[in-house]
Ligand binder design. Structure first.
Ligand code: ARG
Length: 458
């Protein structure tokens, strides 16, 4: 008979049983479920709701159960519906009536609310570790490429010269925000729901703060209805992870372009590329493509949890069982993507010369030529027009601006002097942009310095 079978006169239909059962995906929360039950059992004893001996036996047996599960000695039963019922059933099999005391003053509703928070808080530690590694990799690469000039783009058209370090640090800022969002999520998620019962708390004199403390939570939930039906932290985590996937995916898109034969700014390491089954010459950036592709499933996970939650009346509804597969998938996907992404960029070859050559073409110094005229007293709009004409002339004559003779410059504007050559030199274009946040060596060094200081606080 089911643990809740008292009022039923028939067994559950086997198809319904399978349909209802979540053990195939919530079984992974066994450690959190057991840790939660141990804290609950300790609290029951401490508050005199059960005897000290019963409490001790529950704690001991739950610990043994955890070991047995970890050593593969236990098989979960679909019939026992979910991880909570599985653990309780196993406990009762081992210690009979004492086991039947564990669920006093507790509901699966507050139990599952606790388990999923604990599970995700545990996963956050791994995610943050991967993210830290990525952030430190970006800092290292930025330091290495502080002088590597490359074209910066808008509309995927060459725009102004920057450095590869500057480009890398843009992603550092994005992933830094991701890390901050994760930390913020953790802070808000850190409230312990046990004691909310099914929806209306309990009449037993429970010490909720004791349980929170035993489980490492900062505080407890303050409304029992909200305690059992809040899934904000799942929606929030799925959003944080989706934004992270956007960042990974954008970076991957750039790497795929840069790795192409047309660009050749970077070359993926052989160990991080794959070949074609028919075209012998091929070496494909599959890792980057797969990460870009997997962003879609994480966004899907976010849509899934938002849609599941949007119409639910308070408090618990079984719909909420659908929260798990999507958030597990989102977390699993990020745990797969971040480390392999880090490995891919850490091992790729950066073709500095090709990048610098790329920065030379496409009139990336045209803005600097206009700024040169402005500094000589010309209004910016007029300077823009003059340089526009210079570009048109250069295109007709197949040259770049720095290849103009002094006569050609003078023909465009008589305020131009010899110092134009220095002003529109790529290195000047980059290194005069000393403004905070700019690509000049000293500005990027400043950002890296701030990044490193912040990294130490992680
Ligand atoms: N397996 C359920 C879930 O994941 C646990 C809570 C079930 N509660 C209930 N009253 N049916 O949401």
């Amino acid at each position: 008979m089911k643990l809740w079978g008292g009022r039923f006169s028939k067994n559950t239909d086997s198809e319904v049983n399978d349909f209802n059962s979540s053990i195939r995906f919530d079984g992974r929360m066994y450690a959190q479920d057991i840790r939660g039950s141990i804290a609950h059992a300790e609290m029951l004893g401490k508050c005199g709701v059960i005897s000290a001996e019963d409490s001790a036996l529950l704690v001991k047996t739950l610990g043994e159960l955890l070991d047995d599960i970890e050593n593969g000695k236990v098989e979960f039963m679909t019939d026992a519906e979910d991880i909570h019922m599985n653990i309780e059933t196993l406990l009762i099999q081992r210690i009979g009536d004492v086991g039947r005391r564990l669920h006093t003053g507790r509901s699966r509703n507050d139990q599952v609310a606790l388990d999923i928070k604990m599970y995700l808080l545990d996963e956050e530690k791994e995610l943050s570790a991967y993210l830290r590694d990525l952030l430190s990799c970006l800092l290292d690469m930025a330091e290495e490429h502080i002088d590597t000039i490359m074209p910066g783009y808008t509309h995927l058209q060459k725009a102004q010269p920057i450095t590869f370090a500057h480009h890398l640090m843009a992603y550092f800022e994005m992933f830094k925000r991701d890390a901050l969002r994760l930390a913020d999520w953790k802070e808000r998620t850190n409230t312990m729901p046990l004691g909310s019962g099914a929806l209306a708390g309990t009449t037993y004199p429970f010490d909720r703060l004791y349980v929170a403390d035993r489980l490492g939570f900062n505080s407890i939930t303050l409304n029992s209805l909200d305690g059992v039906s809040d899934r904000d932290h799942i929606m929030e985590l799925a959003s944080v992870l989706s934004i992270m996937m956007v960042h990974l995916s954008r970076f991957c898109e750039e790497l795929i372009i840069w790795n192409s034969n047309e660009f050749q700014f970077v070359e993926m390491d052989d160990a991080c590329s794959t070949g074609s089954s028919i075209m012998p010459q091929k070496k494909n950036p599959d890792v980057a493509e797969l990460i870009r592709g997997k962003s879609g499933r994480v966004f899907g996970d976010l849509m899934s949890i938002l849609t599941t939650m949007k119409g639910l009346p308070l408090a618990y509804n079984k719909d909420m069982q659908e929260d798990k597969e999507c958030i597990f998938d989102a977390v699993d996907t990020l745990k797969l993507c971040i480390p392999v992404f880090t490995k891919m960029i850490r091992t790729m070859k950066v073709n500095k010369e090709v990048m610098e050559k790329g920065a030379k073409g496409g009139f990336t110094n045209a803005t600097d030529a206009a700024d040169y005229l402005v500094k000589k007293g010309m209004p910016f709009r007029t300077a823009h027009e003059v340089v526009g004409k210079m570009v048109a002339y250069a295109l007709d004559n197949g040259k770049s601006l720095d290849e103009f003779t002094m006569e050609e410059f003078k023909a465009c504007s008589d305020i131009i002097e010899e110092d134009i050559y220095h002003a529109i030199d790529l290195k000047t274009c980059v290194n005069d942009r000393k403004i905070i946040g700019g690509p000049a060596k000293e500005a990027v060094e400043y950002s890296i310095g701030i990044g490193k200081e912040w990294f130490k606080t992680l």
